[in-house]
Design a binder for this molecule. Structure first.
Ligand code: PLP
Length: 398
C-alpha cells in the first residue's frame, strides 16, 4: 500500500476507503413501524396523521399553526401565495441560498431581488436589504444559511418600517434558536424541508409555521387545489359538495410521510446536540489551518445543517476546486453550498443578473466547502474528516 501521508489524489492511500457523504438521514425501527402502521390503515393521504404532525410541529416551533406540504419548495410557494405575491411584486432573497428560495418567487410571477451576504456569517445582510427595497417590494425571505438563524431583530425592524412581510426559509435551521426563541417562531411565516439531507426527513416533505390562523387556512386551501374541504372532511360529512374558491395546487403530504415526520421530530433535540458536538470537534481541530471560519452570532443556537469551511486561498497554493477534488479522493463527500443563485443561467437570462451584483457571496463561493456532518456520524467518522482536512490543507499550505 502506498504511504498514508501522500495525498490520495497523488496515488497515496485515502483516509476513508468508502466515501463518507456530507449528509445522511437517520431512520430507526420506530420510524419504520410508524410508517407501516399507516400503510395498514384506511388513510394513506390526508388522514389523521397530517393534523397530528402539524400539531406536534407547531408545539416544537412555538407557533399556533403549522401547515404540512409536499416539500420545502411547496412550503415557500404556499407561504408566498398566502400573502398574495404575484406579478409586479418584488421579493428580496439572499444570493447565497438554494435555487428553490428564488424559484418560488418566480412561480408566482414576481421578481426575486438578490441581496448580498454579511461576510462574517454569509447570512443575508440587513443593510443590503434596506438598500434593495423599492416601491414594488412586498416581502423579504431570510435564509438561515447552514443552520444559523438570521438577524431577525434587524430584519423585522426593516420589514415593519416598510410594511413588508418577513418570511424565514428555515430549511437548514430546525432545532436552532435565537435568544431562547425556537426557529419557526422568528418570522411571520417560516418554511421547512424534510428532504432526506435535511435535519429530519419524511423522504420529501415540508412545513410552514405561523401564528396567523388566516394565513394557515389559505395555505391549507392552496395545498388542496384551492378547495375549501378535503376528501376526509367530505367523507365524514357524507357530502359530495365542494367549492374551489381560488386557484390552488396539489402540495399535500401523505399520512405515511406525516407518521414518519412525527416519529423523526422526537429526535430533533438529540440530533441537534449531536451535530453541534461534531461542529465543536471540527472547530477545535481546525484552528491552525489556512481557513477563515464563519462566525456564529451571539445568543444563537446554530443547528449545523451544514459545516461550511472558507478556505484562506491566500495561504494555499491551489484553488477550491483542487481542494475539493483532493478531499473527495480522500473519501470525504464534500460539497459546495451554494452557487450564488443569480449566477445560474436561468436567472441571468430571465432577469439579467450578471456577476458583480453580490460581491460578498460571489467571493465566498470561490472559497467554501461543506464537510460531512450528520447526526448518525461516529466520533471516528468525525476524526477521519479532521484527518483528511488536515492532510490536504497541510499539503497545499504555503
Ligand atoms: C432544501 C431547501 C429548499 C427546498 O426544499 P425541498 O424540500 O428540496 O423542496 C429550500 N430552501 C433551502 C434553503 C433549502 O435548503
Amino acid at each position: 500500500m502506498p504511504p498514508k501521508h501522500i495525498l490520495a489524489i497523488e496515488g497515496g492511500t485515502p483516509v476513508r476507503p468508502v466515501l463518507l457523504p456530507y449528509a445522511r438521514q437517520s431512520v430507526g425501527e420506530d420510524d419504520i413501524r410508524a410508517v407501516a402502521d399507516v400503510l395498514r390503515s384506511a388513510w394513506l393521504t390526508t388522514g389523521p396523521k397530517v393534523g397530528e404532525f402539524e400539531q406536534a410541529f407547531a408545539a416544537f416551533a412555538g407557533t399556533k399553526e403549522a401547515v404540512a406540504v409536499s416539500n420545502g419548495t411547496a412550503a415557500l410557494h404556499a407561504a408566498l401565495h398566502a400573502i398574495g405575491i404575484g406579478p409586479g411584486d418584488e421579493v428580496i432573497v439572499p444570493a447565497m441560498t438554494f435555487a428553490a428560495t428564488a424559484n418560488a418567487v418566480v412561480f408566482l410571477g414576481a421578481v426575486p431581488v438578490f441581496v448580498d451576504s454579511d461576510p462574517a456569517t454569509l447570512l443575508i445582510d440587513p443593510m443590503q436589504v434596506e438598500h434593495a427595497i423599492t416601491p414594488r417590494t412586498r416581502a423579504i425571505i431570510a435564509v438561515d444559511y447552514a443552520g444559523q438563524p438570521c438577524d431577525y431583530d434587524a430584519l423585522q425592524t426593516i420589514a415593519e418600517h416598510h410594511h413588508l412581510v418577513l418570511v424565514a426559509d428555515a430549511c437548514h435551521a430546525l432545532g436552532g434558536s435565537l435568544r431562547g426563541r425556537p426557529v419557526g417562531s422568528l418570522a411571520m411565516m417560516s418554511t421547512f424541508s424534510f428532504h432526506a439531507v435535511k435535519p429530519m426527513t419524511t423522504g420529501e416533505g415540508g412545513m410552514v409555521t405561523t401564528d396567523d390562523p388566516e394565513l394557515a387556512t389559505r395555505m391549507r386551501r392552496f395545498r388542496n387545489h384551492g378547495i375549501t374541504s378535503d376528501h376526509r372532511e367530505r367523507h365524514e360529512q357524507g357530502s359530495w359538495f365542494y367549492a374551489m374558491t381560488d386557484l390552488g395546487d396539489n402540495e399535500r403530504l401523505t399520512d405515511f410521510q406525516s407518521a414518519l415526520g412525527i416519529s423523526q421530530l422526537r429526535n430533533v433535540p438529540l440530533w441537534t446536540e449531536r451535530r453541534r458536538a461534531i461542529a465543536r470537534r471540527y472547530d477545535a481541530a481546525f484552528g491552525d489551518l489556512p481557513l477563515a471560519p464563519l462566525i456564529t452570532r451571539e445568543e444563537v443556537v446554530h443547528a449545523y445543517h451544514l459545516y461550511v469551511i472558507q478556505l484562506a486561498l491566500e495561504r494555499l497554493s491551489v484553488d477550491r476546486d483542487q481542494v475539493f477534488r483532493a478531499l473527495r479522493a480522500e473519501g470525504l463527500g464534500v460539497n459546495v453550498h451554494y452557487i450564488p443563485v443569480h449566477l445560474h443561467p436561468f436567472y441571468r437570462r430571465r432577469f439579467g443578473t450578471e456577476p458583480g451584483r453580490c460581491p460578498v457571496a460571489e467571493a465566498a463561493y470561490e472559497r467554501i466547502l461543506s464537510l460531512p456532518l450528520f447526526a448518525g456520524m461516529s466520533d471516528t467518522d468525525a476524526d477521519d474528516v479532521i484527518a483528511a482536512v488536515r492532510k490536504v490543507l497541510g499539503a497545499y499550505a504555503r
